[in-house]
Design a binder for this molecule. Sequence first.
Ligand code: G3P
Length: 218
Amino acid sequence: MRIFLDTANIQEIRDAARMGVISGVTTNPSLVAKEGKGDLRDRVLEICSIVQGPVSVEAVSLDVEGILEEARRLSRWSPHVVVKVPITPAGLEATATLSKEGVKTNLTLCFSANQALLAALAGATYVSPFVGRLDDAGHDGMQVVADAVEILEYYELPTQLIAASIRHPLHSIAAAKAGAHVATIPYKVLMQMVQHPLTDVGIERFLADWKKVMPAPV
Ligand code: G3P
């Protein structure tokens, strides 16, 4: 499973990229708004220069023509740009056209395996089930990921599944076990995945023992 970072924050992206573990970034209108006013194109180009992998940017139009116009404009910014499109009848129609034009898409706000199948049939590059939001609503978000992966693989559909709305490290493990191609993970959760108290205790003990006999690192 590949990991994308779910943020529009440049510092978080720089820090995660330096660890060599992320291969893309996903943003959404809320994540961009959190960073305050500013030129979206500049931000997206900076993100693309840091990760040099897929960078999802959401179209905010809701009608077919609007989505198409926005998606074509966003995709001209960089070959790394993937246009996020909500799964609606208009979103699917736009995706079918964009797919023929070679514009990469990430069908977002996916809450069922049926929606994931429809996204794949329309030619989506990626589809993003929102695990945490399903869990919040009393559903089993990861089951949607598992069902959708099974369907995509059974019919050999090339759409990649991104487990999104990841809230804690156990979501990441479950997404990997369910066969998600990608999990898009907030920075905070990524750091929770890195850290373990026994790692810290282990380092402390090793260094304490080392200092008893050795004056400095070799
Ligand atoms: O980027 C889409 C998704 O990951 C949003 O997550 O936490 O707002 O449900 P969340």
